[in-house]
Structure formats: structure tokens, C-alpha cells
Write a protein that binds this ligand. Structure first.
Ligand SMILES: C[S@@+](CC[C@H](N)C(=O)[O-])C[C@H]1O[C@@H](n2cnc3c(N)ncnc32)[C@H](O)[C@@H]1O
Length: 250
């Protein structure tokens, strides 16, 4: 058993959780597990956390039936902390106010975190009629609780993003718009079109920040992409595991 797995069983749960978040925050310039807790508590006061708790009770049986469905999202103890970690890793806990576009924003945690850190954030997600019943219920109620802004837009291969203006950051976490886990999951050519288009929506010096979704069944040890796609990401920016960062030259 790996030391990390062993720690889960021998350490008190609180200590284990603290160390797990701390590890994820390595390199976040002064933002560690204590800052995470402080930020988490503050954001709970800014959103309607009670509505999320009620929703969690409402969808408990959906969650038990399918723990990977959208019914998992009202668990803010995990998902809000994850979004804070994502924001800190993208450097959003410090520095000037930025204009952010979050693709595939789902329940809107990341948008709520961006607002907390003083940024202006807009979410993009598929139109309502594409949602499953549980996604519609959870995403609608959570968006209301988070009081965030969203535009409906279906991202398709080889189609430019129909969004107005330019952004300092375009983000996407647990990316699914690449037809994730479908037989037509994007390959290098679709990603190349997407990167060119996304960069055209960035201000000079702006960044595209992607957190790719695991598809080890398709990619084996490479987990998130095939070799040509990884080469593209490396040619255009930095790729480290699931994270791809591409900058528009200033
Ligand atoms: C796994 S969820 C991730 C949600 C959120 N980013 C997070 O990190 O928790 C993927 C999101 O992408 C959205 N999505 C999937 N396909 C899309 C597409 N073609 N265009 C826009 N959004 C899409 C889904 O509706 C869902 O909200």
C-alpha cells in the first residue's frame, strides 16, 4: 500500500484532510491549508449555503444511485474547497482583478470563488435542454445559490466560441466539452482549432488554463491525452499531468 493510502487509514480524518489539501496547494505562494479554510468559511457566508444543504438532502437518493452524477455537487465541503484550490493554483488568490471566462462551469463553484477573490467571472455551459434531469435540478439551484452569471453555449469541434469581449483568463476544469469519454473525444486537430480560437478571446498576456478529465481507459498511462495531443499542448504552452496552460504573448 502506498504511504499516501496508508495515511488515510492511520491518521485522524481531520489531519488527513488537512494534509491532503496542503499538498494540493504546494507552490501557491503563501496560500496554504489555513488560507483555504478561511476562504471556505468566508464564501459560505457569501452564497446561500443553506440552500445547498437542503439540495443535498433532496438529491441524496440520486447520489446513492450514481455518485458520479451532478448529485455529488451540493457537497460544498469538498467541491467548494476544490474550486478554491483550482483558483489558488491558477494564481487568482493574489494580484489585480481579472476578467475570467469559465468553460463548462457546472454548478458554479469556481465562479463564486473568482468573485470572492475580486474578479469578474462569466460561466459557459450547455443549453438547459441538453441537461439530464439531475443536472438541470442541481445546476439551476446551485447557480441561484451562488448568485453567478452564466451564458448558455454548446462548445462544438471546429466552431468558434460565440462570446463577447476578451478575457485575462479562460479556464475549464474537469473538461467535458471535448466529448469526454465518447467515441469522438477530441484529438489533436480539434484541440488545435480550439486553442487558436480560445487565444483570440484572450487579452495579450492572458492565459488559457485547462484541467483535463481522466480517461485512462482510452489513453492508458498517458491518462488525459494521446501522444499527438500532448505534443500540441507542449508546443503551445505547458502541460503537467491534467493541467495545460497556454499564454497569449503580451
Ligand atoms: C464534469 S463537469 C465540470 C464542472 C466544473 N467545471 C467543475 O470543475 O466541477 C463538466 C461540465 O461541462 C459541461 N459541458 C459538457 N459538454 C459541454 C459542451 N459541449 N459545451 C459546454 N459545456 C459543456 C457540462 O454541462 C458540465 O457542467
Amino acid at each position: 500500500m502506498a504511504a499516501r493510502d496508508l495515511a488515510k487509514y492511520i491518521l485522524p480524518r481531520r489531519v488527513y484532510e488537512h494534509l491532503r489539501w496542503e499538498r494540493q496547494l504546494i507552490g501557491c505562494s503563501g496560500f496554504g491549508a489555513k488560507s483555504l479554510e478561511k476562504t471556505y468559511r468566508s464564501i459560505l457566508h457569501e452564497i446561500d449555503a443553506k440552500a445547498l444543504d437542503r439540495l443535498r438532502t433532496q438529491v441524496r437518493s440520486d447520489y446513492e444511485r450514481d455518485p458520479k452524477s451532478a448529485a455529488k455537487y451540493p457537497d460544498h465541503a469538498f467541491w467548494l474547497r476544490s474550486a478554491i484550490v483550482q483558483a489558488a493554483r491558477a494564481g487568482l488568490h493574489a494580484g489585480p482583478s481579472r476578467r475570467i471566462l469559465d468553460l463548462g462551469c457546472g454548478p458554479g463553484y469556481f465562479l463564486a470563488v473568482c468573485r470572492h477573490f475580486g474578479h469578474e467571472a462569466l460561466g459557459i455551459d450547455i443549453p438547459e435542454n441538453f441537461f439530464s434531469d439531475i443536472e438541470r435540478l442541481v445546476y439551476d439551484q446551485m447557480f441561484y445559490a451562488h448568485r453567478c452569471k452564466k451564458q448558455s453555449l454548446l462548445i462544438r469541434p471546429y466552431e468558434a466560441l460565440a462570446v463577447d469581449g476578451t478575457f485575462d483568463l479562460i479556464s475549464a476544469f474537469l473538461v467535458c466539452f471535448n466529448n469526454h469519454k465518447r467515441s469522438d473525444e477530441w484529438s489533436r486537430a480539434e484541440w488545435e482549432f480550439f486553442l487558436d480560437d480560445a487565444l483570440s478571446h484572450l487579452r495579450p498576456g492572458g492565459r488559457l488554463y485547462l484541467g483535463l478529465n481522466n480517461n485512462a481507459a482510452r489513453y492508458g498511462a498517458m491518462t488525459w491525452y494521446d501522444a499527438p495531443t500532448k505534443t500540441l499542448f507542449s508546443e503551445r504552452g505547458n502541460v503537467k499531468g491534467s493541467t495545460v496552460v497556454v499564454e497569449r504573448p503580451a
